[in-house]
Design a protein around this ligand. Structure first.
Ligand code: ATP
Ligand code: MG
Length: 148
């Protein structure tokens, strides 16, 4: 079974919950475990909140600021989730991905978003360009019973 969906939404804080719910609903036909579902929702939340908070930091027109989420399910339960923004971009991706690294407010941000995405998925890839935006690609292999 191959299945694809794509959704585009405004970079507003309330859409973090929307994105989580949409990703969870999309994987439902694969009958994920509660643990897998929690991991997917949490990883999506981290990526989407990064786009909203950091990608579009200081952006006044939130209707123009968009986040795009694309999910693909392919044979064998391979789930690929891509979350993209056209925001400020990241200068040093390697540094940004280090545990506890954050450019945000130290009271609110712990710098653990990428670490969470990494531990809750099987593969994490981050592409970014200053002034152009950031794309986060997460791959997760779901434990599905073949033949169903
Ligand atoms: N989409 C993005 N656009 C621009 N910068 C980003 C983006 N995502 C992450 N970053 C940069 O990478 C840093 C690390 O991100 P990470 O999610 O690990 O931590 P955080 O968001 O600062 O804190 P936390 O996620 O724990 O609240 C951010 O502080 C920010 O500088
Ligand atoms: Mg974060």
């Amino acid at each position: 079974m191959n299945n694809v969906m794509k959704t585009e939404f405004s970079a507003l804080a309330e859409n973090e919950a929307f994105a989580r719910a949409v990703a969870a609903a999309f994987v439902m036909p694969l009958d994920p475990t509660v643990e897998e579902l929690t991991e997917i929702k949490t990883a999506v939340s981290e990526a989407v909140s990064n786009s909203i908070i950091h990608g579009y930091e200081g952006c006044a027109d939130r209707n123009e600021a968009k986040v795009i989420m694309e999910c693909t399910i392919s044979d064998g339960g391979k789930l690929v989730i891509t979350i993209e923004d056209n925001g400020v971009g990241i200068g040093d991706v390697e540094k940004a991905m280090e545990p506890m690294f954050s450019t945000g407010d130290s009271e609110e941000r712990s710098g653990m978003g990428f670490t969470v995405m990494e531990s809750f998925t099987d593969r994490l890839k981050v592409r970014s360009e200053i002034g152009k935006g950031t794309t986060v690609i997460m791959t997760k292999y779901l434990d599905i019973i073949s033949g169903i």
